[in-house]
Design a protein around this ligand. Structure first.
Ligand code: PHE
Length: 357
């Protein structure tokens, strides 16, 4: 083709495209259609790109002029595309705004999966319910506690290992994260007139971390103060509690033990809930370390020193009152009840684990 003819052909093609592109853009009803149309013109294999490719064959003298024409059309197409695009977006937004309002109260199409109660919560509610049935009321207290309520008034000597930085979490202001719920004994005895019977569920903290210990865990304390309370009352409550929590006939055994705030003190075992070893049905299992017994709580008769500390400034005669206290770890109770091998499972909150309860 002669070069002048080529120039004319290109001119013609450019003129055709200049007339056609806007109506084509305007005809596009969706953003995607508009983008497709734009690609047909400006894309790698687009019409304007094809024209540009012919430029190489044009006479060197006319290349510059043709090139400028191609470029200016390219800009017109780009501007046209942008303005059509914003038109489309505006229309879409207007349509959205004038459409009937979205009804948030409509029921969803997918069923909403149901949550599950955490095993520690289940056990806590069960234990609280049992003690409420037995006449105990709930008493609450803070997790950040004074040393007096957590240790001193309970009869811990100042050099007791539990009071050490290695064993407890201390704040810079000399308070600590309570290491047990026994602080509630002190709080109740220092403010309430005896007789009283309370349970106190709560979070406690210790520097401890392995398969059966977590730095934060849950306890429930129970204590009862009245005239002439004896160890027999404590034993009766323990037997009743074990039967209500683990089923009728659950064997209970007390072993002498030491806690500064009780005298005498004991640890309580129940017959292993897994192998029933204590009732002689089988010989034992790994969980009870082949003893047939599993420890579930600590308890004892409230130490006279505790009554002294809490009653002396209140005109209450410590001699006239006696009582018992017991405390248990809820994670341990939950692990025993559900056969959970590692305490970490109770803190990871993996839905696949929790859905089993
Ligand atoms: N506070 C004790 C502990 O955390 C448990 C306990 C409570 C023992 C009440 C005796 C009486 O280990």
């Amino acid at each position: 083709m002669a070069e002048t003819d080529l120039g004319k052909t290109i001119d013609r093609a450019l003129a055709d495209l200049r007339e056609a592109f806007l109506p084509r853009f305007r005809a596009a009803a969706t953003e995607q259609a508009l983008r497709d149309e734009n690609a047909k013109i400006l894309g790698k294999k687009g019409e304007l790109t094809a024209i540009l490719k012919q430029l190489g064959q044009a006479a060197p003298a006319s290349r510059k002029a043709i090139g400028e024409k191609v470029n200016s059309l390219k800009q017109e197409v780009e501007t046209g595309f942008e303005s059509c695009l914003s038109d489309l977006k505006r229309k879409a937004r207007e349509a959205e705004l004038s459409a009937p309002a979205f009804d948030l109260t409509l029921p969803g199409r997918m069923p909403i999966p149901r949550g599950h109660e955490h095993p520690v919560s289940i056990v806590r509610e069960d234990v609280v319910a049992i003690f409420r049935q037995l006449g105990f009321a709930v008493f609450d207290g803070p997790e950040i506690e004074h040393e007096e309520n957590n240790f001193t008034h309970l009869g811990f000597p100042p050099d007791h290992p539990a009071t050490d930085m290695q064993d407890s979490f201390w704040t810079t202001s000399g308070k600590l994260l309570r290491t047990h719920t026994s602080n509630i004994q002190i709080r109740a005895l220092s403010t309430i007139e005896p007789p009283m019977a309370f349970i106190a569920p709560g979070t406690v903290y210790r520097r401890d971390d392995d398969a059966t210990h977590s730095p934060m865990f849950h306890q429930i304390e129970a204590f009862l103060v009245d005239r002439s309370v004896t160890f027999a009352h404590l034993k009766g409550i323990l037997a009743e509690f074990a039967e209500r929590l683990y089923g009728p006939g659950t064997p209970v055994r007390l072993r002498p033990s030491y806690f500064p705030f009780v005298e005498p003190g004991a640890e309580v075992d129940i017959g292993c809930v897994f192998c029933k070893g204590a009732s002689g049905v089988r010989v034992g299992c790994n969980l009870c370390k082949h003893t047939g017994w599993i420890e579930i709580l600590g308890c004892g008769m409230i130490h006279p020193v505790v009554f002294e500390n809490c009653f002396k400034d209140r005109g209450i005669d410590p001699e006239k009152w006696s009582g018992f206290a017991l405390g248990m770890g809820l994670e341990r109770i939950a692990m025993l009840r559900y056969g959970i091998p590692n305490i970490k499972l109770l803190f990871e909150n993996d839905p696949r684990f929790l859905a089993q309860f």
